[in-house]
Design a binder for this molecule. Structure first.
Ligand code: ARG
Length: 586
C-alpha cells in the first residue's frame, strides 16, 4: 500500500467486519436480511463482539444461538478475521488477524489525519455559540456554551466541514438606554470605561436607573433615540460594542477559544429583518393575534393543561422578541449563509423555545428537510453545595475570576509536582493545565447534565481529567526523546508488531479514533472524545507497565516505539480537538 492510499482512506476495523457479517447473514438467511445493523462493539472476551443474532432471531422467531451459529459458520478465516465463535445466548465473538491490526495501525501512523477521512462533500455548518451580552461581564453560564461550542467547531473543522462561527451577542434592547446614558456620564466625568471595568459597569448603570428618576427618564428617551436610528446615539452604542467585543476577545484569548471579532453577528444585525419575518408568518397564516401579541401556535407544543404554548414574535407593546431575532437569524443562516446544518449551543432550559423556532422556520418553508437544525443543550454548573455555582455573596461567578483562579491553582499544583522545573517551564505548564482543566471538566460530562465544579478533582493527575491525559502524553514524548537520544530508529509503520495482550488492547483502542470522531460529530457530544482519550491513556499505562520500551531490544523495541509514537500523536490530536494543549516536557 502506498502512502497516498493510506492518507485518504478511513481506518476503522469494524468496517470490514460489517461487510463480512452482512455477507454471512445473507448467505445464511437470504438477501432479505441485507443491511441489518451488526451491532458490533468491543468485547472483553475477544477483539469485538457482534450482537445481531439476538435481534434477527426475534424477527425470525428462532433460537438466537442457532442464528448466531449459522452466521459464525460462514465467517471463515481470511486476511481480516482470524476467528468467529458463538458465546452465551447468541453473541458472536470476533478475533482479528494480528497482521490486519499491524497493517491498520501502520496506516494510521503514516497518515497526518490518523485515519480520519476528509468530509466530501463538506457540509456548511453554522455554529452559534458563546453569545455573551454587551456591557455585561461574562459569567460561568457562558463558559459552557463557549467551551462546548469551540470544541464542536474544532472537531467539525477537522472533519473538513465548512464551519461558520456566529457569536450571537446580546447587543440590543431596552437596557441600552441606561447603558449609553451611564457611558455618557462617565465620559463627561473624564473616566474611561475599559475592559476590566465592564463587570461593574452594568451594575452601576442599573443602580442609577433604580435610584435616580431623572437618569431613568434620560435612559428611556435614549432607548427611543436608539430605536429611531439617531446617529449620535448609535455612535455611543457602537462605542459600547467596541469595549465589550474587546473584552470578550480578551477572555477568548485567555481561554484559547477560536472566536474572533469577525464572528460577531449580534442580535442587532437582524433588526432590519424582523418586520418582514413577522409579516411573512402572518401572510402564511402561521401567526395570529392573541391578547394583543402576535403569536405562532404549533401543533405538539402544549404546556400544562394541554394549553397551546405561543411563540411570541411581536409583543403587545409592538416590540419584537428574542424569538423573532432567533427566527431572523435562522432564516439568514440557511438562506444567505447556505447552512446545511445549524447548531445552536445554549442551555437546556431553552429546549422548547428552540424547538418552536426550528418548527416555525420549517413550517414557513425557510428550511427544508435536508437541513439539520440542532440545539446543543447543556445543564448548569453547580457549586460544592450542589446549588447553582455562585460566589459566597450569592453573585454569579465571572468567567475572568474563574480563569484567574484556575491559573493560580494550576501554578501551585505544577510547582508541587515538578519542583525541579524552571519557573518558565512551570508557568508554561500551569497555563495549559489550568485552562485545560476548566475545559476538560466541562466537556467530559455528558453536556445535558449538571455538574459540580470541584477544583481538586479537575486538577488531579489521576482519573478522567485533563492533567492525567496531558501527563500521559508528556510521558510518552519523553520516552520517545530518550529512544531518539539512544539511537533507536525513528518510529515506522513497518516496525509495528502487536504481540502481548496489553499491546493488543492499546492497539484496538487506537484503531477506534476515526469512529469516535464520527460518532462525536454526529451526536455533538464531546464527552465521547474525553471518555475515549481516557481509555487510550489508561490503555497506554497498562501497556507500559507490562511492556518495557527502552529495556526491550531489537524488533520488539522498534514495535513498541512505533506504538508509543502513535499513542502520543493521538492523545495530542484528541486534546487539540477539545481546545486543550499538550505541553511537554511536563
Ligand atoms: N445572549 C444570551 C445569554 O447570554 C444567549 C443567546 C443564545 N443564542 C441564541 N441564538 N439564542 O443568555
Amino acid at each position: 500500500m502506498s502512502l497516498t492510499d493510506a492518507v485518504s482512506t478511513k481506518v476503522d476495523p469494524t468496517m470490514p467486519l460489517r461487510l463480512r457479517l452482512d455477507a454471512a447473514t445473507q448467505a445464511a438467511f437470504g438477501p432479505a436480511h441485507a443491511g441489518v445493523d451488526p451491532m458490533i462493539h468491543r468485547s472483553q472476551h475477544a477483539d469485538f463482539q457482534a450482537d445481531l443474532a439476538m435481534a434477527l432471531a426475534r424477527g425470525m422467531k428462532r433460537n438466537p444461538r442457532e442464528v448466531a451459529t449459522a452466521i459464525a459458520e460462514r465467517l471463515t478465516a481470511d486476511d481480516v478475521i482470524a476467528k468467529a465463535e458463538v458465546s452465551g445466548p447468541g453473541f458472536i465473538n470476533l478475533t482479528l488477524q494480528t497482521s490486519f491490526l499491524n497493517q491498520e495501525l501502520g496506516r494510521m501512523l503514516n497518515d497526518d489525519r490518523l485515519g480520519v477521512p476528509v468530509a466530501s462533500p463538506p457540509e456548511t455548518v453554522v455554529l452559534d455559540y458563546s453569545a455573551p451580552n454587551v456591557a455585561k461581564e461574562m459569567h460561568v453560564g457562558h463558559l459552557r456554551s463557549t467551551v462546548i461550542g469551540d470544541a464542536i467547531a474544532r472537531l467539525l473543522e477537522f472533519q473538513g466541514q465548512k464551519v461558520i462561527r456566529q457569536n450571537h451577542i446580546g447587543d440590543w434592547g431596552t437596557p441600552f438606554g441606561m447603558l449609553i446614558e451611564h457611558l455618557i456620564d462617565q465620559q463627561s466625568e473624564g473616566e474611561n470605561a475599559s475592559v476590566t471595568e465592564l463587570g461593574s459597569f452594568y451594575k452601576a448603570a442599573r443602580a442609577k436607573f433604580d435610584a435616580d428618576e431623572a437618569f431613568a427618564e434620560r435612559a428611556r428617551q435614549r432607548v427611543v433615540r436608539l430605536q429611531s436610528g439617531d446617529a449620535e446615539t448609535l455612535s455611543w452604542w457602537r462605542r459600547l460594542m467596541e469595549i465589550s467585543v474587546a473584552y470578550f476577545s480578551h477572555i477568548y484569548e485567555r481561554l484559547d477559544v477560536t472566536l474572533r471579532p469577525e464572528h460577531v453577528a449580534g442580535e442587532s444585525s437582524y433588526n432590519a429583518a424582523l418586520l418582514a419575518v413577522v409579516q411573512e408568518l402572518q401572510d402564511k397564516g402561521l401567526a395570529q393575534l392573541s391578547e394583543g401579541a402576535m403569536c405562532v401556535f404549533l401543533e405538539g407544543f402544549q404546556g400544562r393543561d394541554d394549553a397551546p404554548v405561543p411563540l411570541i414574535i411581536r409583543k403587545s407593546d409592538g416590540g419584537y422578541s428574542y424569538a423573532t431575532t432567533d427566527l431572523a437569524a435562522l432564516k439568514h443562516r440557511v438562506q444567505s449563509l447556505g447552512a446545511t446544518r445549524v447548531i445552536v449551543v445554549v442551555g437546556a432550559t431553552q429546549a422548547q423555545h428552540l424547538a418552536m423556532v426550528f418548527a416555525t422556520a420549517r413550517a414557513a418553508g425557510w428550511v427544508d428537510d435536508a437541513v439539520r437544525l440542532e440545539h446543543v443543550g447543556f445543564g448548569s454548573v453547580l457549586g460544592p453545595d450542589k446549588k447553582m455555582f455562585k460566589t459566597r455573596a450569592g453573585e454569579s461567578i465571572t468567567l475572568l475570576s474563574l480563569i484567574d483562579e484556575a491559573a493560580a491553582r494550576a501554578q501551585k499544583v505544577v510547582e508541587a509536582k515538578a519542583p525541579d522545573f524552571s519557573p518558565e517551564d512551570q508557568a508554561r505548564i500551569a497555563k495549559a493545565v489550568g485552562i485545560g482543566a476548566i475545559k476538560y471538566v466541562d466537556l467530559s460530562n455528558d453536556r445535558v447534565k449538571d455538574y459540580v465544579f470541584d477544583w481538586n478533582r479537575m486538577l488531579a493527575f489521576e482519573g478522567n481529567t485533563a492533567p492525567y491525559i496531558m501527563y500521559a502524553h508528556a510521558r510518552i514524548r519523553s520516552i520517545l526523546r530518550k529512544a531518539a537520544g539512544e539511537g533507536v530508529a525513528p518510529p515506522s509503520a513497518q516496525a509495528l508488531r502487536v504481540e502481548t495482550p496489553e499491546e493488543r488492547a492499546l492497539a484496538l483502542s487506537l484503531l477506534q479514533f476515526s469512529s469516535i470522531i464520527e460518532k462525536t460529530a454526529d451526536t455533538l457530544q464531546p464527552h465521547r472524545i474525553c471518555v475515549y482519550l481516557h481509555e487510550v491513556a489508561t490503555g497506554f499505562s497498562g501497556f507500559y507497565e507490562k511492556c518495557p520500551v527502552m529495556k526491550s531490544e531489537g524488533t520488539v523495541r522498534d514495535a513498541r516505539v512505533a506504538l508509543c509514537e502513535l499513542t502520543a500523536r493521538l492523545l495530542c490530536h484528541g486534546l487539540s480537538l477539545l481546545g486543550i494543549g499538550s505541553p511537554e516536557p511536563m
